[in-house]
Design a protein around this ligand. Structure first.
Ligand code: NAG
Ligand code: NAG
Ligand code: NAG
Length: 219
């Protein structure tokens, strides 16, 4: 009788040990698959942004009524000063990502107004994050492509106290150990309050940026 119980106990112990081994092996396999087989794209977040100057005005030239072409929708000039900090994160457990030089472009109402921002190439180790900082400014920059309703849209946003500014980052990335060089676009739509640089107390809401990836193999 006793030996029978012993046998059964031994049997359950054995089953428990095997179950535990299978669980551990399964867990290790899952971790390995996640680390090596599944490659995730980087993520981006607008951490902070500041608009200390943003003024749209008709171009001094276009007030000249003799220029018939501009009389209908006068050419607008923009004066602006903005900073933006965008964090880039590599969510992968194993793969590092290298990024080429980043070109930054700022747009208002679908109209590009600054593309002077650049960031040097950088690397992101697995599960690491870095912050890309941009600072742009301009005085009376002509916006020949601002749509006819652009000035009205500017006035409406100014009235509302917040400007919708889009920051677009263009770069090429490469997963470590992979050949493909993948074009990557990050688009952050920012809702910015115009602030006095001396006050500097802002209420910036962190916003997730959209990642656009190339549909290429290995990307
Ligand atoms: C307006 O046009 C006239 C004639 O073409 C020109 O003499 C004048 O300089 C212009 N004014 C401005 C502000 O461009
Ligand atoms: C005004 O017109 C002059 C001459 O056509 C041009 O050189 C200048 O760039 C114009 N200014 C703006 C702000 O468009
Ligand atoms: C620009 O503003 C107009 C309203 O004046 C709006 O209809 C349009 O969708 C805006 N375009 C973009 C790209 O934001």
């Amino acid at each position: 009788m006793g030996s029978c119980w012993d046998y059964e106990e031994w049997n359950w112990t054995k089953i428990a040990i095997w179950a535990a081994i299978l669980l551990v092996v399964g867990a290790v396999l899952i971790v390995l698959i996640l680390a090596f087989a599944v490659i995730k794209p980087p993520t981006a977040m607008a951490e902070d942004a500041l608009l200390t100057s943003f003024e749209l005005a008709p171009s001094p030239n276009s007030s000249n009524s003799t220029t018939a072409a501009t009389a209908k929708s006068p050419l607008q000039v923009l004066s602006y000063k903005a900073t933006a900090a965008v964090s880039m994160r590599n969510p992968n457990l194993h793969y590092a990502i290298s990024f080429g030089p980043v070109a930054a472009a700022f747009s208002f109402n679908g109209t590009l107004f600054d593309e002077s921002g650049t960031v040097a190439a950088f690397n992101l180790a697995a599960r690491k994050e870095t912050t890309v900082r941009l600072k742009v400014g301009g005085v009376d920059k002509a916006l020949p492509k601002l749509p006819a309703g652009g000035a009205a849209e500017f006035a409406r946003q100014k009235e509302a106290g917040r400007f919708e500014v889009e920051v677009r980052l263009d770069t090429v990335m490469q997963y470590k150990g992979r050949k493909a060089k993948c074009p990557l676009v990050v688009i952050c739509t920012l809702s910015l309050q115009l602030v006095d640089p001396d006050v500097a107390a802002t209420s910036f809401q962190k916003t997730k940026c959209t990642i656009l990836r190339a549909k290429m193999s290995g990307c």
